[in-house]
Structure formats: C-alpha cells, structure tokens
Design a binder for this molecule. Structure first.
Ligand SMILES: Cc1cc2nc3c(=O)[nH]c(=O)nc-3n(C[C@H](O)[C@H](O)[C@H](O)COP(=O)(O)O)c2cc1C
Length: 191
C-alpha cells in the first residue's frame, strides 16, 4: 500500500485537486492523506459549486484520511511515518515561499519539509502568473532541494475538448511524477 499526501492550498485551480484525488481513489493500494488550507477552502467555494466540506464528505473514507491544517502532531508530520510522495495541488506562492524558507508552521509546510529531508518525492503544482523573481528564485531553491516544480501548464497535442480534458493533461504528468500508472494517461504517439 502506498501513502500519498495531497495538500490543497489557496492558489487558483481547485479542480486540479479534485480530479487528482478522484484518479488516486480509483487506483488500488493507494491511501490518500488529505490536508486543505483555510484559503484553499475559500478559493474552492469561489471556483466551484461545492464547498470543501461537501467535497471531503463525498470522498471514500476507506481511501482518504483527512488531517487538520493546524495539526502538527498528525502522522504525516513525522519522517518516521513512511509515505510514497506528496503533491501540493494547487500550490500557492505563499506556501511555496514558506517551504523554500524552511518554515513548518502548519501541517502542509511541515509535511513538505519532511518529504525534502527524507528524500521523498515532493511535487509542487505551483500556480501564479506572472511570476516575480522571488517566486522563480524560490522555485529554483526547491528544485535544488529535490522538489519537482510542476506548474499546471496544459498541453494541447492531445486535442482536449473540455476543461476536464485540459486539466487532465496536468493530472497525467503529476501521476507520472509519482511513478504511478493507472493506464489512463494520454501520451504523445502512444500507440
Ligand atoms: C480567488 C483567489 C485566487 C487566488 N489565486 C492565487 C494563485 O493563483 N496563486 C497564489 O499564489 N495565490 C493565490 N491567491 C492568494 C492565496 O490564497 C493567499 O496567498 C493565501 O495566503 C495562500 O495561503 P495558503 O498557501 O496557506 O493556502 C488567491 C486568492 C483568492 C481569494
């Protein structure tokens, strides 16, 4: 069984989080540890018809373990609790900057810091536009520390027809980055 931490922060693009969690829930032998920041909840409400509470309630409880954003005593706060990978999706520049600075003042920052020190895969779906030199420098710093910077930049070679198709071009790459395969990823010249 592989444990995957999914952290949702207050950048635009909560649909990336919901579609990723749906894909992971459909996979066998995956346990999801979900953390949602207070600003992620606000943004989700602005972007969709659902509140974060309604979303979480709809998820299968046997697959998804919820953690509180402020709970620094949660299992995923410790390196002794073994996890396969962590994805912050979408990742705000605030959270990205905090992790780059070594802060661990909430569970998302702490779990990310643990991933880096344990050399576990940390994937940051960083969303902001345009990017300042501070954002870019933080990304370079995190990339040197082992994180994967995976901005939600859609690809068009799969000829997406809907917003969901477009979003899934990023979800496919996140799943690839975790070295997982559910057989659903669309690939260039994959015949
Ligand atoms: C509707 C909305 C959209 C936002 N979009 C972004 C964004 O795309 N990128 C970003 O870095 N911050 C964005 N923010 C600002 C963050 O929510 C804010 O910096 C917050 O402090 C992030 O906190 P968190 O990382 O703990 O979730 C947005 C805020 C709102 C209300």
């Amino acid at each position: 069984m592989k444990r995957i931490i999914v952290a949702v922060t207050g950048a635009s693009g909560s649909i990336y989080a919901t579609r990723l969690v749906d894909r992971l829930c459909a996979m066998e032998d995956i346990q999801i540890h979900l953390v949602i920041s207070p600003w992620a909840s606000q943004v989700m409400e602005s972007e969709s018809a659902k509140t974060s509470t309604e979303w979480v309630t709809s998820l299968p409880s046997e697959k998804v373990i919820m953690h509180k954003h402020e709970d620094l005593a949660a299992s995923i706060s410790s390196g002794s609790f073994r996890t396969h990978a962590m994805v912050i999706v979408p990742c705000s520049m605030g959270t990205l900057g905090a992790i780059a600075s070594g802060l661990a003042s909430n569970l998302i920052e702490r779990a990310a810091s643990v991933c880096l020190k344990e050399r576990n895969q940390l994937i940051l779906v960083a969303r902001e536009s345009p990017l300042s030199a501070i954002h870019l420098e933080n990304m370079v710093k995190l990339s040197h520390a082992g994180a994967v910077i995976l901005p939600p930049m859609p690809a068009f070679y799969t000829q997406p027809k809907t917003i969901e198709d477009l979003v899934d071009t990023t979800i496919d790459r996140i799943i690839d980055s975790m070295n997982l395969d559910d057989g659903k990823a669309k690939r260039w010249r994959d015949t």
